[in-house]
Design a protein around this ligand. Structure first.
Ligand code: UD1
Length: 421
């Protein structure tokens, strides 16, 4: 198993090129199940989750060529409809094949994702919506078994909670359904928007893109003709490297980004006293005179993203004063807290609220354990400012979603290396 070794308290400086968004690439790759033609996709991030989904698509019968950041994929050859436990247990987002497989073949089996480190994460809303579209769903021996006679039927779906992959699953199912589907209380994340735009370019009539009410006119099982497309920049990766600049109180620029996807994140950096300069495709964070504490509540886009919560908590340990972080989306997304405490942070937890008593230069390097994707990056950030050596173990979590993290951090003068246990 690999771990990262970081020598902390180095000044950082430089530019980081941001990769394509994992959370956009995953639903878009799943959507290729709906395609009649071979598709070229560019700006694919080099992360483990993408390889996992490609493996699943390969098991279903797709053929593809994966060359660094480009993928050419053909799903005409699909001849299996089962997403096995072995795949789904390594990546919950495998649930994204449920909607498109059912819409295309009228039946499929997808292993039911279990709980995960950050909470229960049920998929009941995905299943209920598909049932409203005429699917019969049974849970048997740990598998979701879904069938429908003929095509799925357009329906009005009201999501009780805003769900990102739930919205994406129903968008893909609706694209091949018979009639019009309206999704009320839809997710508005940029990754959902890109999926809508790609489906629209492939011939599906979609209205309300980027709003919380989306309507989709289905093709009645006629497969779509996709155009080539490029994955949008990863706003969470960009936010994480801006946090590296923030925690080290250094000047760091992220480029190849879509700055307006990071509005809520930029606003929180500014509240903490950092100065940011933004142009069309890059954001630069400059040191703060004094890092101020901050209050954050995670919500759906365009609010502050839960996927940036752990990284901001790491930055808050360096502030002058008490920060409050309220995690509203996932009930257990605080696994990084005990590890940050091991590094010397003063954090108390009360339900969904973390109180962080920040003190500049208070962390001391030690061994810590990554527990989930974003928690891992928070530990790396803390390692950048801890006194001495920090070793972050179990970084397979990190590799799921960060493209060449240590290489990118070395480019901005961090002292970080990958070692084997
Ligand atoms: C996606 C992102 C993840 C991000 C999260 C919230 C991907 C691959 N993953 O996850 O990085 O942290 O959005 O922005 O895009 N819920 C239910 N029932 C359901 C579905 C969701 O109760 O059927 C709840 C969840 O437990 C959670 C909330 O709804 O409390 C939002 O979850 P959701 O938006 O579905 O998260 P994911 O799509 O799994």
């Amino acid at each position: 198993m690999d771990y990262l070794e970081i020598i902390g308290q180095q000044k950082l400086s430089g530019v980081i090129k941001i990769s394509g968004a994992k959370n956009a690439a995953l639903p878009l790759l799943a959507s290729t199940i709906l395609s009649a033609n071979t598709i070229n996709i560019s700006n694919i991030p080099n992360v483990a989750d993408i390889k996992t989904l490609l493996k699943l698509l390969g098991m279903l019968g797709a053929t593809y060529k994966h060359d660094d950041t480009n993928i050419t994929i053909n799903t005409k050859t699909l001849n299996q409809t089962k997403a096995t436990y072995e795949i789904v247990k390594t990546m919950r987002a495998s649930i994204l094949v449920l909607g498109p497989l059912l819409a295309r073949f009228g039946h499929c089996e997808v292993s039911l994702p279990g709980g995960c480190a950050i909470g229960q994460r049920p998929v009941d809303l995905h299943l209920k919506a598909l049932e409203q579209m005429g699917a019969k769903i049974e849970i048997k021996a740990g598998y979701i078994q879904a069938t429908v006679d003929g095509a799925l039927k357009g329906a009005t779906i009201v999501f009780d909670k805003v769900t990102v992959t739930g919205t994406e699953n129903i968008l893909m199912a609706a694209a091949l359904a018979n009639g019009k589907t309206t999704i009320i209380n839809a997710a508005k994340e940029p990754e959902v928007v890109q999926l809508c735009e790609v489906l629209k370019d492939a011939g599906v009539q979609i209205d309300g893109i980027g709003t919380n009410t989306i309507t989709i006119e289905g093709s009645n099982k006629e497969l779509l003709n996709f155009k080539p497309f490029s994955i949008i920049p990863d706003r969470i990766e960009a936010g994480t490297y801006l946090c590296a600049g923030a925690i080290a109180n250094s000047t760091v620029r992220v480029q190849n980004v879509e700055p307006n996807h990071l509005d809520s994140v930029i606003a929180k950096f500014e509240e903490m006293g950092f100065v940011l300069s933004v142009d069309e495709t890059s954001i630069t964070i400059h040191p703060a005179h004094e890092i101020k504490p901050v209050n954050i509540t995670t919500t759906e886009y365009p609010g502050f993203p839960t996927d940036m919560q752990a990284q901001f908590m790491a930055v808050a340990t360096m502030a002058n004063g008490v920060s409050i972080i309220d995690e509203k989306l996932f009930e257990n997304r605080f696994m990084h807290v005990s590890e940050l405490i091991r590094l010397g942070a003063d954090i108390t937890l009360n339900g969904t609220v973390a109180t962080i008593k920040g003190t500049p230069n208070s962390l001391i390097g030690t061994d810590v354990m990554a527990t989930d994707l974003r928690a891992s990056s928070a530990l790396v950030l803390a390692g950048l400012v801890a006194n001495g050596v920090t070793k972050v173990h179990r970084i397979y979590h990190l590799d799921r979603g960060y493209d060449r993290l240590e290489e990118k951090l070395k480019n901005i003068d961090a002292q970080i290396k990958r070692e084997q246990e």
